[in-house]
Write a protein that binds this ligand. Structure first.
Ligand code: ZN
Length: 410
């Protein structure tokens, strides 16, 4: 952490204690005093903020400025209970648009590009955040929103869209439709900015090949502005994040301790400039690592690795922790497998079993592929599983997020 960041951090702590009831209470309960933070090493003394804290602040207790300063709210999905409401000031929206503009620049988007935006608009932040960045840059936004593949393809051809923004599974679905209908000649895409999902190298290769585009991986979460807090560059060696806006830490999600430099763990984010709802040491539950050293692209912003999983979709089976990213790693080393897979967990007579279903490419033998994946899994991850090879397109696709784990054990 540099000196400027540290000063911003201290300023944030004081402001949060004065203005936010969440942090006022949190600091008091943890008997935390700001004066104890004398250097960046002391940051580990500050209590974490969790998703449960944000839910507990529903609807507007996260707000750390007066009502007249708030110009918009967004909400994160409430799939597991109370939603979280994030209030934004005009400056927050300006900052977010600036970050998104930077992302577009890293992806090489220029003023003459036409950017088809397929994430949703509304309470969930994605669509409108992309749009603000595209407009700030001066390119043309095509605000499609999600779904309606027919219309997406029509607009993509008629407007000669050059850039698509989508989840990786929706980009794959579009790529497959384009191939099926033989439309590739009429598509003018050169770049795809994909986010919000983990995606393995194989899926990446397929989207890249079938759409004929360069891919950029974008990251973000509603609690922290939305998408656009980091993006991969042309070097494909991690995602650059904006350290003038954020302080990133990686912790061991069991012990809460900071991990050693470069090790995998849970990403914890502090917002250095956010006004409406500043967050201090927010536990994202996303698993990644920080990458040290400079990137070949020349950007001075630091990097983190692509997200390999969520702390809560870590699967524990036969005493072994498995992240979905590891399964992608196994599949990508075996010739003839595709990027799509699904895991089915079962329990019989108190014994757990795992079935890995994956799609195979044409012309490869089903039985020998199943055996190869089984063997490789045993070698790399250490447990014996069952495998099932399916044809391309047999596993379910989604316009939103693909469900990869079916757990029938509980
Ligand atoms: Zn770079």
């Amino acid at each position: 952490m540099n000196k400027v960041q540290f000063l911003e951090f201290k300023k944030l702590l004081r402001k949060a204690e004065q203005e936010s009831s969440l942090y006022k209470n949190k600091f008091k309960e943890a008997s935390f005093v700001i004066e104890d933070v004398q250097s960046s090493e002391d940051i580990s003394k500050i209590p974490f903020t969790t998703k449960a804290d944000l839910r507990g602040a529903y609807p507007l207790n996260l707000q750390a400025v007066s009502d007249e300063q708030i110009v918009r709210i967004h909400s994160s999905s409430g799939t597991t209970g109370t939603p979280v409401i994030i209030p934004y000031t005009a400056q927050d929206l300006e900052d977010w648009a600036n970050m998104m503009k930077r992302c577009m620049e890293v992806a090489g988007v220029i003023k003459t590009d036409r950017v088809q935006i397929t994430p949703g608009y509304g309470l969930w932040t994605a669509g409108i955040g992309f749009q603000a960045g595209v407009e700030k840059l001066g390119a043309m936004a095509v605000p499609m929103g999600p779904g309606n593949t027919e219309k997406q393809l029509q607009m993509m051809m008629d407007l000669k869209s050059t850039t698509i923004i989508a989840t990786s599974s929706y980009a794959l679905l579009l790529a497959e439709e384009i191939r099926k209908r033989g439309l590739k000649e009429n598509i003018h895409l050169t770049k795809a900015i994909l986010g919000s999902e983990r995606w393995g190298d194989k899926m990446r290769e397929r989207i890249k090949e079938e759409l004929g585009v360069e891919l950029y991986d974008i990251y973000g979460l509603t609690e922290i502005y939305g998408p656009g807090i980091s993006i991969s560059c042309g070097c494909n060696s991690g995602l650059h994040y904006w350290d003038d806006y954020f302080y990133f830490e990686i912790i061991d999600s069991h012990t809460g301790e900071n991990v050693k430099d470069g090790e995998f763990g849970e990403l914890v984010i502090t917002t250095l400039k956010k006004e409406g709802a500043p967050l201090i040491r927010y536990r994202t539950r996303d698993i990644t690592r920080l990458i040290t050293g400079e990137c070949n692209c020349g950007l001075r912003y630091p990097r983190h690795a692509p997200i390999v999983g969520r702390t809560d979709d870590m699967i524990k089976i036969k005493g072994v922790n498995i992240y979905p990213g590891q399964i992608e790693d196994v599949l990508k080393t075996i010739d003839g497998t595709s990027s799509e897979y699904q895991i089915v967990l079962d329990r019989n007579d108190a014994k757990d079993s795992m079935l890995l279903r994956f799609e195979k490419q044409k012309g490869h033998d089903k039985a020998s592929l199943e055996l190869a994946v089984k063997k490789h899994f045993k070698t790399k991850i250490g447990i014996i599983i069952n495998t099932q090879a399916l044809g391309i397109g047999e596993l379910p696709r989604s316009e939103k997020k693909t469900v990869r784990v079916v757990d029938n054990r509980y």
